[in-house]
Write a protein that binds this ligand. Structure first.
Ligand code: FNR
Length: 390
């Protein structure tokens, strides 16, 4: 299996670029407009150098972290990614089962093409990310469905009142609906492993992929004209709806897509159990700052509150830098989608283990035995580009 040759998360991206049609790879890898936020997500990590301690006995080290009463074997998990079943056969299930097997959390996207009940059945601890409209009845209906499926941890994504300006999708011929064209057909035919292994395999065994977990779109086919374009009501969503959700939802509630300190404070005041500091992987507001840059201010404003982050994490050193700046936990997106495309569940498990080994080695080299020992005293603010080119 080709995934066993991958030595680092970035290797999966290179392999996925060859495997996937340009249309699909572009959708996963892309950002918005001029990719300022996408680039800043990497650049911000390069601006922190590590200053290790030596002669520390690190023989008993552990990277496990307890979050919301559950202990995970690593301080990272899988970020929610919509349409994963387009890039990998049953992609969401592959990722959820890999997360389960390696004891890390996975957040299922509200824009998944597989019913959330199916994913929860395969991996009961999976978190669920919701896109919700500012409409009380529709919110209640979706929350009840998610609760009935057995989900405990709900992630409400709040940085998408309207869809970002993803020019790259237009340039690559990606749209929902996927418009049949000669170019798209050629793209498929010239990527036969994807065409047979993912697309036709899905079509034969499960039929045309459908949006399954969105507030309005259960069963709406990918070919329907109003899917990602139908943002009706999402721009109404506000803190009153968060209060409504908080009253009805008994499990953990996390707000994802917070960048401003004021919003992080509001999240806590409105009863959320944590925030994920994120600019949506550079896919929404171009120029929105890298989450790593705003993380320290949010952490110092909120103290012991769970402050998680995502965006641009590709190496164990990125994970330890984020934790040293105060993150409770981090999430990684694109590399796991590529790993699913290349090796299915086994590929994702391999990617998780690679990152886990890196974190373990980096902790030892830093002179640290547990995630709680990672702090800003191990970092030095370096000239941009001095550590590694972004
Ligand atoms: C995303 N992201 C995302 N976020 C979310 O809350 N709901 C979603 O459905 C999606 N869909 C989605 C699809 C794809 C293909 C990507 C790449 C991303 C954002 C995601 O959860 C996360 O914030 C970023 O991907 C993190 O950045 P990295 O690790 O990809 O750099």
């Amino acid at each position: 299996r080709s995934h066993t040759r991958m030595l680092a998360l970035n290797d999966f991206e290179i392999a996925a670029k060859r495997l996937l049609p340009r249309t699909i790879f572009g959708y996963v890898s892309g950002g918005v407009e001029d990719n300022q936020s996408l680039r800043d997500n990497r650049a911000a990590f390069a601006e922190h150098g590590l200053v290790p301690r030596v002669l520390v006995d690190v023989s008993q080290r552990s990277q496990s972290v307890t979050l919301f009463g559950r202990t995970y074997d690593s301080p990272f998990g899988i970020a929610p990614m919509g349409l994963s079943a387009l890039s990998a056969y049953r992609g969401d299930i592959a990722m959820a089962c890999a997360a389960r097997a390696t004891n890390v959390p996975m957040i299922l996207s509200g824009s998944s093409l597989i019913p959330l009940e199916d994913v929860i059945r395969a991996a009961p601890e999976t978190w669920f990310q919701a896109y919700l409209p500012g409409n009380a009845e529709r919110i209640d209906a979706l929350l009840d469905r998610v609760g009935a499926a057995g989900v405990r941890t709900l992630v409400l994504t709040v940085d998408i009142p309207v869809y970002g300006n993803r020019e790259n999708n237009i340039r690559n011929g990606f749209s929902t609906p996927l418009r049949p064209s000669l170019r798209l057909a050629w793209d498929g035919v010239t990527h036969p492993r994807w065409l047979l292994g993912t697309f036709l395999h899905t079509l034969v065994r499960h039929g045309m992929p459908h949006f399954e977990n969105s507030f309005a779109e259960r069963g709406a086919p990918v070919l329907s004209p109003n899917v990602l374009r139908d943002f009706t009501g999402r721009d109404h969503l506000n803190w009153r709806h968060v209060d409504q959700i908080r009253r009805r939802w008994k499990g953990e509630l996390i707000l994802k897509g917070v960048l401003n300190v004021a919003d992080a404070r509001m999240a806590r005041e409105h009863g959320a159990d944590g925030v994920i500091v994120s600019n949506h992987g550079g896919r929404q507001l171009d120029g929105a700052l890298s989450p790593l840059r705003v993380l320290p201010d949010i952490v110092s404003a909120l103290g012991a509150y769970p402050v998680m982050m995502d965006g641009g994490i590709r190496r164990g050193t990125d994970v330890v830098k984020a934790l040293a700046l105060g993150a409770t936990f981090v999430f990684v997106g694109r590399p796991f989608a590529y790993a699913a495309a290349i090796g299915g569940q086994a590929g994702v498990e391999h990617a998780i283990r690679l990152l886990r080994e890196e974190v373990d080695r980096d902790m030892a080299l830093l002179g640290v035995s547990g995630c709680g020992e990672l702090g800003p005293e191990l970092l030095f603010r370096a000239t941009p580009g001095a550590i590694h080119p972004a």
